[in-house]
Design a protein around this ligand. Structure first.
Ligand SMILES: *Cc1c(COP(=O)(O)O)cnc(C)c1O
Length: 430
């Protein structure tokens, strides 16, 4: 069983905790850079390959800065995500706008920034034209419906809300051609957290076939094929990492057979991976506050599902280690839980761990994607800080923890009777 690594020693982490109280997420810059290099290396044969990092996975400008520096772009699906990308200087076709159920002003912003707009439905052509005007490059998201099987996180394509049907794609591109659009892309994202490269090879094969057919029937030229995000990471110690070398080799062969041999080269290949880039390089650091023995044995943490929702949302596995107890045998079985008044609030159920004492530091692994980002304020829980372990070993606070003032900042007390207001303000010491 491969052991899960943590990039700091016990002493180093204890010093960080003295300065930044738990819970917090800490991200390892070195690891993030390595993941970027690995993905680039796998696509070294493909001209102009770019990964648009899915901003939703880790929406923090310090992270996006690293992404940009390494030549990757941003995949956005909302106005704040577009602004986050813009804040580090990503604009134009370094941004893929893969959104759905999109408000007019978000399309306007994407169009103004020159982002590549990836439409989710045929009816959105008219909506986009009406509210923002048509860009000169357009992409559509394909949903193969019953032709493909999905996986558990994203569900079966035919039950998924995303994308156009096969027939609609032909109508959509023909319409865009008729309206004077000259540059085209095609997108599909069918799986999430998928560890089998074959899945992505099949998606590419499906997209290449469609591009051959659409190019011929409609008489248009495709600039890019977007294979989406969804490359998985080994959350469990016994899982193998996604084999990028196998993926690269098979995709290259497929590209030569379908794209080059049909005279469609060059076709730019792009992806929208988030999890693969940052997922394994984030850790939620938390303290055991309570131990409880009833019908089961519980460890109660100072973190809860508002800090990391994946276990409660999908039953997802996140590995847990106890600081300083790496070499001890896992002799105890616990439910590791947070403090929400929600019985779903469990990071692990029946997890074998070394004996945990109150005050121990627990490290929840692989929280670098869809972790802090999914946070919320239920039960008055405040969002935690985010730290960056820099390549040179420095610790940088890249998002401070929320304060009570943040929590109350969206409430306007002026509508309350003055005596009540005075009381509220005194209580909250605003
Ligand atoms: C969520 C999402 C991604 C990123 O998924 P990962 O699992 O983080 O790679 C990419 N594209 C779209 C359209 C998404 O919704």
């Amino acid at each position: 069983m491969a052991e899960k690594q943590f990039p700091l020693t016990q002493r180093q982490l204890e010093k960080i905790i003295e300065r930044y109280p738990t819970p917090f997420h800490i991200y390892d810059e070195r690891g993030i850079r390595q993941s970027i290099r690995n993905l680039k290396q796998a696509f070294a044969w493909a001209d102009n390959f770019i990964n648009f990092f899915a901003v939703k996975a880790l929406p923090n400008p310090y992270i996006l800065q690293i992404i940009k520096e390494k030549g990757f772009g941003a995949d956005c699906s909302s106005l704040p995500e577009l602004l986050l990308a813009a804040s580090v200087g990503l604009t134009g076709e370094d941004i893929m706008f893969t959104s759905n159920e999109t408000p007019a002003k978000e399309y306007r912003q994407a169009k103004e920034m020159g982002a590549i707009i990836n439409l989710d439905d045929i009816s959105h052509i008219e909506y986009l034209e009406q509210h923002a005007g048509l860009p000169d490059l357009i992409s559509f998201r394909y949903n193969p419906g019953p032709l493909r099987e999905g996986n558990t996180i994203i569900g079966n394509p035919k039950d998924a809300k995303y994308g156009l049907t096969y027939d609609q794609l032909f109508q959509a591109y023909a319409l865009m051609k008729q309206k004077g659009v000259r540059r085209f892309g095609l997108h599909a994202m069918i799986a999430s957290n998928e560890l089998n490269p074959q899945y992505f090879v099949e998606t590419a094969s499906m997209l290449f076939d469609l591009i051959i057919e659409l190019s011929r029937k409609i008489g248009i030229t495709f600039s890019f094929a977007n294979l989406g995000g969804g490359i998985g990471i080994p959350y469990r110690p016994e899982q193998e990492a996604f084999d990028l070398a196998v993926f690269s080799r098979q995709l290259k062969a497929l590209y030569e057979r379908k794209i080059v041999n049909n005279g469609l080269h060059p076709l730019k290949l792009v992806m929208e991976c988030g999890r693969l880039i940052t997922g394994p390089h984030g850790y939620l650091v938390t303290t055991a506050l309570h131990k409880k023995e009833t019908y089961k044995d519980y460890i109660g943490l100072d973190a809860c599902m508002t800090n990391l929702m994946r276990p409660a949302l999908y039953g997802a596995y996140h590995h847990i280690t106890v600081l300083g107890r790496d070499t001890q045998p896992r002799t105890h079985t616990y439910d590791v839980v947070g403090s929400l008044c929600e019985n779903f609030d469990k990071f692990a159920i029946d997890r074998d761990l070394p004996e945990v004492s109150i005050g121990d530091t627990l490290i929840i692994h692989d929280t670098g994607a869809h972790g802090h980002a999914m946070g919320f304020n239920y039960n008055g829980k405040l969002r935690s800080a985010e730290l960056l372990l820099k390549e040179n070993g420095d610790i940088q606070l890249i998002r401070r923890a929320e304060t009570l003032a943040d929590y109350f900042s969206t409430l306007d007390f002026t509508g309350l009777p003055s005596s009540t207001r005075a009381n509220v303000e005194k209580t909250l010491k605003l």
